[in-house]
Design a protein around this ligand. Structure first.
Ligand SMILES: [Zn+2]
Ligand SMILES: [Zn+2]
Length: 347
C-alpha cells in the first residue's frame, strides 16, 4: 500500500514526506484493529514532527508514517475484539493505551505508561491502512462521515479537552478569550459556545478568521494588529479580565498577553505551541493566574465530542487533499494558507 513517510527531519516542507510502497499492516494482536483510512487530518504537529521538535519528548524511529487524526472503516479485527467489526465506520483516538496501568484505570489515556501514539511513535494514517487497537476506536453514529470527522481525532479532542477544562471554571457572564481561530481554535470556540454561557471574544490577525469566529458565535472579535488586545479585553469584561483564555497560537506574543488579559484566579491554557512562556514569577503571584498545558484528551472526551458533532453543535471546516499532496499541505500550513483543516484522503 501507499504511505506518506518521514525519512529525515527537515525545515523544508516542500520535501517533508515521501510516498513509499510499504506492506499493508495485518492484525498481530488479539485486540488489534485494522482501519482502512478514509480521512487523516494534517496538523501543525505534523510540521513540528517533520522539524524534529518531538525527538526530545518521545521515542521516534524513522522512517515513520505520519498522520494521527484518523477515521475510516474497520477492515480486520483481532480474535478478542468485540466493540467493532469489519465494515464499521470509526474515529481513532490517536493513542493506543494498555488499559491496565494506573493512568488508564483513572481514565487518563494520555498518561498511559505503555502507550503507542499513531503518527508520532508508531505508523499513522497518511496511508491506505492503519494498525490500531480496540481501546482506541470509537464507532461513528449513522450519518457522520469518517472523512469529515477525522481531524476531531486530535484537533477536535484537544480543543474540546481545553474547552472542557475552561468551562469547569466559567460562570454565565464571565469572559473567555479565544486566541487564534484556525484549525483548532474554530473547534474550541464552538465547544465553548455549546457548553458555557460565557461571553466570548476571539482574537485573530486574519479578517477571514474573525468573520468565521463571529459566525460561530463569538460575541466580539479583536484584530491584534490594529487594536490593543489588553485594552479590548478589559473593556469587553468590564475591567475584570478573562476568567479563561484559550491560546491556540502559543507563540511568545500570545503567552505574553496572559498577565494583562487573564482575570485574577483565571487560567491561560496553552494549546498551540512553538513559543515560550517568559513571565516573571511575581506576575503569576500578583494575578494568581495559571498557565495550563493541554495534551490531546481522553477517550471519553472524544466520545463526547462525537456526540456534539452528531447533534450539529460543532462544525468542522475542512479541505480535502490526495495523499500525493502531503508536502503541498505542509507548505501551505507553514505559510498560514489553510483555512480550517486539511484532510488527506488516501486512495
Ligand atoms: Zn494533530
Ligand atoms: Zn495504560
Amino acid at each position: 500500500m501507499q504511505a506518506a513517510r518521514l525519512h529525515e527531519y527537515t525545515d523544508d516542507m516542500s520535501e517533508a514526506l515521501s510516498i513509499d510502497e510499504v506492506d499493508r499492516p495485518t492484525v498481530d494482536t488479539s485486540d488489534g484493529v485494522i482501519v482502512e483510512v478514509e480521512g487523516a487530518g494534517w496538523c501543525q504537529t505534523d510540521n513540528h514532527i517533520i522539524e524534529g521538535m518531538w525527538t526530545e519528548y518521545v521515542p521516534q524511529d524513522l522512517p515513520l508514517t505520519l498522520g494521527h487524526e484518523n477515521a475510516g472503516i474497520v477492515s480486520e479485527v483481532g480474535e478478542e475484539v468485540t466493540a467493532v467489526e469489519a465494515g464499521d465506520p470509526v474515529i481513532c483516538h490517536p493513542v493506543q493505551t494498555c488499559g491496565t496501568c494506573r493512568s488508564c484505570r483513572l481514565g487518563e489515556d494520555m498518561y498511559c505508561d505503555n502507550s503507542k501514539f499513531n503518527g508520532l511513535t508508531h505508523d499513522g494514517g497518511f496511508a491506505e491502512y492503519l494498525h490500531t487497537s480496540e481501546r482506541a476506536v470509537i464507532p461513528l453514529p449513522d450519518g457522520v462521515d469518517p472523512t469529515d470527522i477525522a481531524p476531531h481525532a486530535d484537533a477536535g479532542i484537544t480543543a474540546y479537552h481545553a474547552a472542557k477544562k475552561a468551562v469547569d471554571e466559567l460562570n454565565p457572564g464571565d469572559a473567555a478569550v479565544v486566541i487564534g481561530v484556525g484549525g483548532l481554535g474554530h473547534i474550541g470556540l464552538q465547544c465553548l459556545r455549546a457548553m458555557s454561557a460565557a461571553d466570548i471574544v476571539a482574537v485573530d490577525l486574519k479578517q477571514s478568521a474573525r468573520d468565521l469566529a463571529s459566525e460561530l458565535g463569538a460575541d466580539d472579535t479583536v484584530d491584534p494588529e490594529t487594536e490593543d488586545v489588553a485594552s479590548a479585553v478589559e473593556e469587553f469584561s468590564g475591567g475584570v479580565g478573562a476568567q479563561q483564555v484559550l491560546d491556540f497560537v502559543g507563540r511568545d506574543e500570545t503567552t505574553a498577553l496572559a498577565p494583562d488579559i487573564t482575570a485574577a484566579g483565571g487560567d491561560h491554557h496553552i494549546i498551540g505551541y512553538g513559543g515560550h512562556v517568559h513571565e516573571p514569577a511575581q506576575a503569576l503571584v500578583n494575578g494568581e493566574f495559571a498557565f495550563r498545558g493541554t495534551l490531546v484528551g481522553r477517550y471519553t472526551e472524544l466520545q463526547e465530542l462525537v456526540a456534539l458533532v452528531d447533534r450539529g453543535a460543532v462544525e468542522l471546516h475542512t479541505e480535502r487533499y490526495d495523499l500525493d499532496d502531503v508536502n503541498t499541505v505542509a507548505e501551505r500550513l507553514e505559510h498560514g494558507e489553510i483555512d480550517g483543516r486539511a484532510v488527506i484522503t488516501p486512495p
